[in-house]
Design a protein around this ligand. Sequence first.
Ligand code: ADP
Ligand code: MG
Length: 579
Amino acid sequence: MPVETFEFQVEARQLLQMMIHSIYSNKDVFLRELISNASDSLDKLRLEALRDDSLGADVSDLHIELEVDEKARTLTVRDTGIGMSYDEVVKLIGTIADSGTAKFLRDLKESDDPARSSAAENLIGQFGVGFYSSFMVADEVTLLTRRAGETQGSRWASDGAGTYTIEAVDDAPQGTSVTLRLKPEDVDDKLYDYTSRYKLREIVKRYSDFISWPIRMAAVPLPAGGDDTDTEAGTDGDAPTPAPETLNSMKALWARPRAEVSDEEYHELYKRISHDWVDPLETILLQAEGTFEYQALLFVPSRAPQDLYTQGYVNGLQLYVKRVFIMGDCEALLPSYLRFVKGVVDAQDLSLNVSREILQQDRQIQLMHRRLAKKVLSTIREMMTGSPERYATLWREFGRVIKEGLLSDRDNSEAILGISSFASTHDPSEPTTLRQYAERMGEGQEHIYYMTGDSRQTIENSPHIEAFKAKGVEVLLLTDPVDEVWVEAVPEFDGKALRSVAKGEVDLDSEEDRKETETRREQQRDEFAGLLEWMTERLSESVKEVRLSSRLTVSPACVVSDTDAVTPALENLYRAMGQ
Ligand code: ADP
Ligand code: MG
């Protein structure tokens, strides 16, 4: 068959032009794309060979290989996978059918950024762009391929300029090899020297470490003879070739059953992604099957980082698609009140070409987000009962940030309250959960009482809780700034209203006592009516009303708010926020 020349489809040509002229700073992703194609092709071959005995495919040594020719300045990415037929090459490589890439082009056309190149840069950064990304680093690309089970192979070649050629070849090995003639302008640029073995190792580690097929790099042949370190083997003139080096760890721990992975292995991965040197407090594995398959391996660190409450905080959640690294700091995966959780989420059916913006709206990601949040909360719940000490550490380190969820995640607020603990008048050293509080509630007590303030001491010294102390009624002491806000948003726990001791009327008496008190109070009200009226008038500038109180035992007077009014501390908070 002769060499045939084809024109690229219009969209393909546009994309290629952008690749060729790309000033995109992260060209490294081309290798991620080629390796992911190679890995897909090995997956496909394995599956097809399983389904079809008669395929006649060679499945003896499935792997990916990188080969560098420094003199010729070429880099080859080779796989022993499914390969492509002649027609498939025309269809798959010459056109852009892939929806992600088509979307990428549409977005690019729509973006009316006058500085076109910066728009392109931005978009390329967000999308993977598949096979064509080779043209970011190469001025000529040759692809040699043979489909498993077929005898004839094809050679495809292009300089990316508008046409490509294909010819049939007889002696192609099974699978695909893509050879890039690296651009001359990158020769002296260390950053883009893709003939550097060091550089290739680094890129594979970063993007493709968990690919489940071995990614090998052919070793440099040792020079024949002459060298001090050389052995006799070199003397016959042949260059002895050491075994190839495998660049990736292939250890996608999240894809393996928990029982097969040691804690050490999990911890090692945690340390690698979190840059923490302390073991995590908890390891969470979630393997979701069904229509939307994904795995998540999450870690709760043992301590809160310094910058957890700052703008620039980087959450340390990585998104993979079929073991290919897509992005770090993927905040779409968990709600922000769980931003201390680190780990890896690997989805099977997402496009490699996802952007951060798309992620936020993606329905599958939203489902994943919800499920992961629930999983983290339920794990904490289990820690609470199963491992109280570790739970106590978790709460000490992350309780404050988790409570943010009481405001932002209404769907889970009951669950969040359920895993929260608070300081309380019950025990000066141990915090209590609301459930424990509820269990201690006496006969006539209907509400859960709390008081907010700057510190435990100011609250305990406040006249507001005197009557509670005297009656032995427990009060929660809420001292985090966020407490001021969530108590307004969450009305009750387990059917029991949350009540501030600093607000409204407080009634601590039982049914019988109440009648008695009521009569006594009425008498007192009559008795003191004149005084109260006089005081209300005199203090009308500062207070709404002066009334008798049942909450004081020692102090003569205290200032209270209406039930629905803001507390003094919240007033301060609002004032600080400029409202
Ligand atoms: P995507 O991988 O997102 O489909 P690419 O541009 O990376 O887009 O590749 C286009 C298509 O070309 C792939 O879907 C696949 O069918 C085919 N292809 C690319 N590389 C290989 C390969 N190494 N082996 C077999 N098929 C390949
Ligand atoms: Mg691809």
